[in-house]
Design a protein around this ligand. Structure first.
Ligand SMILES: Nc1ncnc2c1ncn2[C@@H]1O[C@H](COP(=O)(O)OP(=O)(O)O)[C@@H](O)[C@H]1O
Ligand SMILES: [Mg+2]
Length: 217
């Protein structure tokens, strides 16, 4: 599903390269974590998969396509196969959670009635079917991140990526969020999560890629 062949990334004007000669393969339907200290290159690695940043060397293979060779106008097609969960939820504060989750589909051109049906299903998967009309600020942090996950899976992506999804949550809520990612993974979605919550993920039964100053250990 996702393969990195000798991938390196150096930012313009940056010091040492953010990533150096990274090799790994995440098969379809698998789940893995990326850990490492702040600045180790976790976010950069995810951005290369999304095509937000470009590698300087090597190949990033996604579903058989080398992303490093895609043109700008081919990238939106790639991104539709990916769902992304952020640390800060980035929900629209003046819209209901049902609107927040259905909006990505409407932007993709899906009919409103279908978008709402799919959004309700995604919100049910994260246990928020009773809060459809709530505004984000009326939910707890853990619930807001559940909305973030529902929004990321509403278009049924092949791959779910998350960048420090529990960065703002305490241990108990973080644990629940990691369990939710495992539930999503069980339905066949490939999942890759960057986190420095090592004390929690060492208790989770999934492989872990460890980055150290741009190198994979
Ligand atoms: N846009 C950028 N421009 C220059 N340097 C960057 C940029 N983004 C990240 N970096 C650098 O790349 C390295 C890896 O950063 P990042 O991928 O954000 O690590 P992590 O997510 O593990 O904290 C760091 O040294 C960081 O300062
Ligand atoms: Mg980061």
């Amino acid at each position: 599903m996702i393969t990195f062949n000798n991938v390196s990334k150096a930012y313009k004007g940056g010091g040492r390269p953010a990533l150096q000669r990274i090799n790994f393969h995440l098969p379809k339907g698998e789940m893995a974590y990326i850990t490492g200290h702040s600045g180790a290159g976790k976010t950069t690695l995810l951005k290369l998969i999304m095509g937000i940043e470009r590698a300087n060397g090597g190949q990033v293979i996604f579903n058989g396509h080398d992303i490093t060779r895609l043109s700008e106008h081919e990238l939106p097609f790639l991104r539709r196969q990916i769902g992304m969960v952020h640390q800060h939820y980035s929900l629209l504060s003046d819209r209901s959670i049902l609107d927040n989750v259905s909006l990505p589909l409407i932007i993709m051109g899906v009919a409103q009635s279908i978008a709402i049906r799919e959004a309700k299903m995604a919100l049910a998967r994260v246990g928020l079917e009773n809060k459809l009309n709530f505004l984000p600020r009326h939910l707890s942090g853990g619930e807001q991140q559940r909305v973030g996950i529902a929004r990321a899976i509403v278009h049924r992506p092949d791959v779910l990526l998350a960048d420090e999804p529990t960065g703002n949550l305490d241990d108990k809520l973080s644990f629940e969020i990691f369990r939710l990612f495992e539930e999503v993974n069980k339905t066949g979605t490939t999942v890759l999560i960057a986190t420095h919550d090592t004390h929690i993920i060492t208790q989770r039964p999934k492989p872990c890629l460890v980055l150290e100053e741009g190198h994979l250990k």
